[in-house]
Structures are given as C-alpha cells and as structure tokens.
Design a protein around this ligand. Structure first.
Ligand code: SF4
Length: 273
C-alpha cells in the first residue's frame, strides 16, 4: 500500500503552504530569484563581528497607492510648480486663506529642518503648542520625536526635515477634513519634491493614510516599506499615540531601525526612545 498520503492530508499541506506564502508576502517578500538555492551558513565564530547594517527590506506591494498625478495636484495653484526652494514655497503660500482653517490659526506651521535632508518626517497637522510657536512637533509628542531622532537614531533634529500634511491647526485637535486636506496637500507634495529625501517616515494613521491615499489602518501599514512618488516611506505610530501607549515604543524602534538600515546608520546594540 502506498504511503503518499490521503487526499485530505495533501489538501491540508497545500492550505498550510498557501498560508505560509501569504504570510511571507505580507511581510514584504516579493519572491526568490530564479534558481536561488538556500545554503546553510557556517556557524559564526566568537571572533567574527556581526554586521550591523543589514540589507533593507523590499517595498511592500500589499497596499498600492492611488496617487493623483503630481502635476494635477500642483496645478491647483498656478505657479506652485515653479517654486524651487523651501523659501520660495513659503513665500508662495503666504498668508494662506485657501481653506476654512485659516481664520482659526495663530501661526501657519510650514516645516523645519535641513532643506537637503535624507530623512523627512510627515505628521498630521499642528496642535496647540505648534500653533503657538509656528513650528511642527514642539509639544510633549514633539519632544518624544526629538528623542527618537537624537537618542534613538543618533542624528540631530536639525539634520532631518519635519512637516505636516496640513499647515494650520484644526479646532479642538480634530482630524483635518477632506476639503482641508485637498486644499493643503499640494504644499506638502511640493515640500517632498524640493527636499527630495531618501526616506519619508509617516507619523500616525491620518498622515500615512493621507500621504499614501489608502484607508488601511496604521497597525497594518507600519513596519513595512511603501512608496510615495518614488521615495521609500515607512509608516509608524504617532509620538502622541506612544505617550498614551508606551508599550508600543518597541514597534516604533523596530520601524526606526529599518529606516536606519536604508540610510546606512549603524544600529546600536541597545537603544530606542
Ligand atoms: S491649512 Fe493649508 S490650505 Fe488651509 S489655510 Fe492653512 S496653509 Fe492654507
């Protein structure tokens, strides 16, 4: 009698393999090169150093972005596409009255940091502290972001560029409304085009969904690479969320380490905000 297994066994095996492949795909594995062989690595000796900058993970194809063409977004405001520096862009925005948030703000919060930064952080919009000072991420959540950048990544906050999807504070810290996002996002797009970062870190559900044009929850988006107009983007939790849920700092630290790999920044053996 044959021992090749019953039909139910085979079906179970196929279902298990299918689940495993699906799991790998969700983790970002796009496939193996043709003819690839798995070779067992020789055991590492005591004296061998451990490489600390690993190859970056591939970009996830799980959530294809639905971007309108950049030219279409920029054409909303004639002349916007001709701004070529952040100073010119800020002058173009001026005392903006293009959406209903304008009369409610104390200060328009444009963005801060290195105009040639390799790393750009994008949040949702200004809160009370940011509205007061005219600078993004300056409250308690901002201090935590600074800690992530400076203590976690080992780089100065002034070496990165930080901005928000919308530039004026929504009342009561509510989420920005679709018409407000539509009015303001061409400025964020132009900031991305001018700074040309190597990596964008999207902070929090709203910012990531607005930038990627998806409705997927942040818990499913974070930890994997996505692409926004040809630039790698790593979504992660907003620092304000971490203040309420400090146990999830380890997840943000894992995301930050992926960013450090792509930027060639050595990862300390112990770290994190
Ligand atoms: S949120 Fe943006 S579009 Fe609205 S007034 Fe402020 S800068 Fe202008």
């Amino acid at each position: 009698m044959s021992n090749s297994g019953s039909v139910p066994d085979r079906n179970l095996l196929i279902a298990t393999l299918r689940d495993y492949v699906e799991q790998l795909r969700e983790e970002g594995l796009e496939g193996l090169p043709a003819g690839a062989r798995v070779e067992r690595a020789a055991p590492r000796t005591e004296t061998e150093s451990v490489p600390r900058v690993a190859a970056p993970a591939p970009i996830s194809s799980a959530v294809p972005p639905q971007f309108p063409p950049a030219a279409e977004m920029l054409s909303k405001y004639p002349g916007l596409e001709t701004t070529s520096t952040l100073e010119q862009l800020r002058t173009f925005i001026g005392d903006c009255q293009r959406c209903k948030l304008a009369p409610l703000r104390k200060n328009l919060v444009f963005g801060v940091g290195d105009p040639n930064a390799e790393l750009m952080f994008i949040g949702e919009g200004p809160g009370a502290d940011e509205d007061q000072k005219g600078e993004p991420f300056v409250g308690r959540a901002g201090q935590l972001l600074t800690d992530i950048i400076e203590r976690g990544m080992g780089i100065a906050r002034s070496e990165v560029y930080i901005c928000n999807v919308i530039k004026c504070r929504p009342p009561e810290n509510r989420n920005p409304e679709p018409d407000e996002v539509a009015a303001c996002e061409p400025f964020m797009l132009r900031q991305i085009e001018i700074v040309k970062p190597k990596v964008i870190v999207g902070l929090g559900t709203f910012a990531v969904q607005a930038v990627l044009k998806v409705k997927t929850p942040i818990s499913k988006l974070r930890g994997r690479w996505h692409e926004v107009r040809g630039i790698r983007m790593m979504p992660t939790f907003h620092p304000a969320y971490l203040l309420r849920n400090p146990g999830d700092k380890r997840l943000v630290w894992a995301d930050v380490q992926e960013v450090m790999k792509v930027l060639g920044i050595q990862i300390p053996r112990r770290g994190g905000a």
